[in-house]
Design a protein around this ligand. Structure first.
Ligand code: NAD
Ligand code: WQD
Length: 340
């Protein structure tokens, strides 16, 4: 089978390409380098020993996307990562997010339909649940989104669902919890541009000296140590789930044309636990201060992953320790490369 990966030079896309090739799939990929670099392709070539089939295509450009599909034959399924993902930026620039995340997905669906491709795996997010009582399963009610970014994920899921009713398309929507960590080679990982919003890149950048200190956003939450709880999932475990999702579509094991799965570990860890784990596995002392709460943060969320285990035959295998170890190795690699 040949899989098109959109957003393949990005954080999760690049790790997924490695796992798809490892599992024996053919892969082609597109990206517009909005939030990634061409050097990722060289590193993917090194890790996989394969020349990655890449084209620079912007999914907002419908004509270019259609032309791309006309020029490629044999694509059986698409894994759609390409999107903008910064929650705060989406509040300031909602139109950018609706155009890229929603408009881009519509363009992709049209181009797929024209090319007769009927399988898609979509990158959704636990953000669709908002504040819910964990463990959160797939039947938990979806609340009104708290950001335009979150809304784009909800809207895309609805569009995809509608499209399954109107065509032969089959959709697996994967709701990621908090992806962290990096490939063991330290050749690929998350590349936050500017000041990171997410916890783990902020921790590693502080430890390496790029940031003076980490601010813990609030220690007065109703949790055991007062800090927020999340479900941190290793990006390689997450990547492997995409292989399972493609097999699920290919083997026609699905019951519904639109299926949704939570992808997390099933465990919640607090911000302080993440910091302590980072310190324990790296031997680094992290400079941090307790600050005020960050607007929009939910108190605690972690996944119930029973459905993914039962239907995809997938569960995570990597610990929080492994997440911290690989994130640190990746940060050190970035520094050794002059952060290029
Ligand atoms: P990322 O920014 O590292 O990767 C996205 C890739 O898509 C980038 O390489 C970017 O250049 C590309 N892209 C963006 N717009 C494009 C366009 N118009 N045309 C072509 N390429 C385009 O992000 P990621 O962390 O790998 O996230 C991948 C997907 O997973 C996104 O849809 C994101 O919303 C979703 N997701 C991410 C997280 C997370 O915390 N990382 C959590 C839940 C869901
Ligand atoms: C984790 C915890 C912060 C930074 C985001 C998106 C979500 C999804 C995953 C895409 C929280 C705390 C953080 C810092 C801190 N992405 N923190 N100091 O907010 O759970 O989820 O990424 O779909 O949509 O919202 O992740 O890594 O930002 O925060 O104390 O400098 O770390 O308050 O409790 P979040 P995060």
């Amino acid at each position: 089978m040949k899989i098109l990966v959109t957003g393949g030079t990005g954080y999760i896309g690049s790790h997924t390409i490695v796992e798809l090739l490892k599992a024996g799939f053919d892969v082609c990929t597109i990206d517009n380098f909005d939030n990634s670099y061409p050097s990722v392709l060289e590193n993917l070539n090194k890790i996989t020993g394969t020349q990655i089939e890449f084209d620079e295509v912007d999914i907002r450009d419908k004509a270019a996307l259609k032309k791309y599909f006309q020029s490629k034959s044999g694509i059986d399924a698409v894994i759609h990562f390409a999107a903008n993902k910064a929650v705060g930026e989406s509040v300031a620039l909602p139109l950018k997010y609706y155009e890229n995340n929603v408009g881009g997905t519509i363009n992709l669906l049209e181009a797929m339909q024209e090319a007769g491709i009927n399988n898609i795996v979509f990158s959704s997010s636990c953000t669709v649940y908002g504040e819910a009582n964990p463990p959160v399963d797939e039947y938990t009610a979806i609340l009104p989104a708290t950001s335009p970014y979150g809304n784009t994920k909800q809207i895309c899921e609805e569009i995809l669902m509608d499209q399954t009713r109107a065509s032969d398309i089959k959709v697996v929507s994967l709701r990621y919890f908090n992806p962290v960590g990096a490939h063991e080679s330290a050749l690929i990982g998350e590349l936050p541009i500017g000041v990171p919003n997410n916890l783990v890149p902020f921790i590693t950048q502080t430890a390496i000296g790029k940031r003076e200190f980490l601010t813990v956003f609030g220690n007065d939450y109703p949790t055991p140590d007062g800090t927020c709880i999340r479900d941190y999932i290793h990006v390689v475990d997450l990547a492997i789930a995409h292989v399972a999702a493609i097999n699920y579509l290919a083997n026609k094991k699905y019951r519904d044309a639109f299926s949704v799965f939570n992808l997390g570990t099933g465990n919640g860890n607090s911000v302080l636990e993440v910091i302590q784990t980072f310190e324990a596995v790296t031997g680094e002392k992290l400079a941090y201060k307790i600050g005020g709460r960050r607007a929009g943060d939910v108190v605690q969320i972690y996944a119930s992953c029973d459905k993914a285990l039962k239907e995809l035959g997938w569960k995570t295998e990597r610990s929080l320790e492994e997440c911290m170890r690989s994130s640190w190795k990746w940060e050190q690699h970035l520094q050794s490369m002059g952060n290029k």
